[in-house]
Design a protein around this ligand. Structure first.
Ligand SMILES: O=c1ccn([C@@H]2O[C@H](COP(=O)(O)O)[C@@H](O)[C@H]2O)c(=O)[nH]1
Length: 240
C-alpha cells in the first residue's frame, strides 16, 4: 500500500503508546485521547498483562487504528504463527525484529496476507532507540548505529516488510535509502523540556517530522502528563 506522508494530518501521525498492565487505566487513556491522536499502540507490558481480550476491550469503539507492538523475534515458523494469531485483532501495524533475519521477515510478511480483512502492515525494528554506539559494541555489533539501521532497513525492505521502526536520527538516511512509500514509524520522541528517561536517540516531534518521519510513537510525554489530552494537543499544535 502506498502512503503519502504529506497527506497525513498532524494528529494522524501520532500513535500514543499506552504502556500499562491495567485495563481500566488503558481504556481511560484511549477514551480521553481518541479525539486528539491518530492511533493507539499497545505493547508487551499490556499484552503480557491482559492478552488479546484486553486489547479488544481497550480499542473497541474507539475508532482509531491499532498498532500491536510485540517486536516478535523467533524462528520463522513461530513468528509467522504469532502474526497469524494476531490477525483477528485487525491491527493496522505489527512489529517484528529485523535482526531475526530475512527468512523470518519473509515468513511474517506471508503470514500477514492470510486474512480476508485489511492486512496489517509489518514494521521491522532496526536498532532500539534505547541503544547507542557503545551499546552495539557491547553486544558485538561494532558498527555505528546509523550504519546498522541502514543495513537492517534495506534488509527489511527486500524481505517484504512495509516499513521500519527507527530513531529520529536515522529518518533522513532511511528515507533516502528506502524511498517515499516505505513507512518510517519513529519512537524516541521528546517534546522540548520533557524527561528523556531510558531513551538515547531522541528528537522533538516537529524535528522528527521535518526529517521525514511518517508516524511518531509517543508514550510517557503524553501518558505521564498531568493532563494527557492537553499534552497531546500541544504536540499536535507543534506539528501543525
Ligand atoms: O526502538 C524502539 C521501539 C519501540 N519503542 C516503544 O515505543 C514506546 C516509546 O515510549 P516512550 O514512553 O515515548 O519512551 C514504548 O512503548 C517502546 O516500547 C521504543 O521506544 N523504541
Amino acid at each position: 500500500m502506498t502512503i503519502s506522508s504529506q497527506a497525513l494530518s498532524p494528529a494522524s501521525r501520532i500513535f500514543v503508546s499506552i504502556d500499562t498492565p491495567e485495563i481500566a487505566y488503558a481504556r481511560g487513556l484511549a477514551e480521553s485521547l481518541a479525539d486528539t491522536v491518530g492511533g493507539i499502540k499497545l505493547g508487551l507490558e499490556f499484552f503480557v498483562g491482559q492478552g488479546p481480550a484486553g486489547i479488544r476491550s481497550v480499542v473497541s469503539g474507539i475508532g482509531l487504528p491499532l498498532f500491536i507492538d510485540l517486536k516478535l523475534h523467533d524462528i520463522p515458523n513461530t513468528v509467522a504463527a504469532a502474526v497469524r494469531a494476531m490477525l483477528p485483532l485487525q491491527p493496522t501495524f505489527l512489529t517484528i525484529h529485523t535482526s531475526g533475519g530475512p527468512a523470518m521477515m519473509r515468513a511474517a510478511a506471508e503470514a500477514a496476507l492470510m486474512t480476508d480483512l485489511q492486512r496489517p502492515r509489518l514494521l521491522g525494528v532496526t536498532v532500539l532507540t534505547s541503544l547507542d554506539d557503545d551499546d552495539l559494541v557491547s553486544v558485538g555489533q561494532s558498527v555505528p548505529v546509523l550504519d546498522q539501521a541502514r543495513r537492517l532497513a534495506s534488509l527489511a525492505q527486500s524481505s517484504g516488510l512495509d516499513g521500519v521502526i527507527c530513531s529520529p536520527a536515522e529518518v533522513a538516511a532511511l528515507r533516502a535509502d528506502c524511498g517515499p512509500d516505505f513507512v518510517l514509524m519513529v519512537p524516541g520522541i521528546r517534546p522540548a523540556g520533557s524527561a528523556v528517561g531510558d531513551q538515547k536517540r531522541v528528537m522533538t516531534p516537529r524535528d522528527a517530522v521535518e526529517q521525514g518521519a511518517d508516524y511518531l510513537v509517543i508514550g510517557r510525554p503524553i501518558t505521564q502528563a498531568s493532563d494527557p489530552a492537553s499534552a497531546a494537543r500541544s504536540i499536535v499544535k507543534e506539528l501543525a
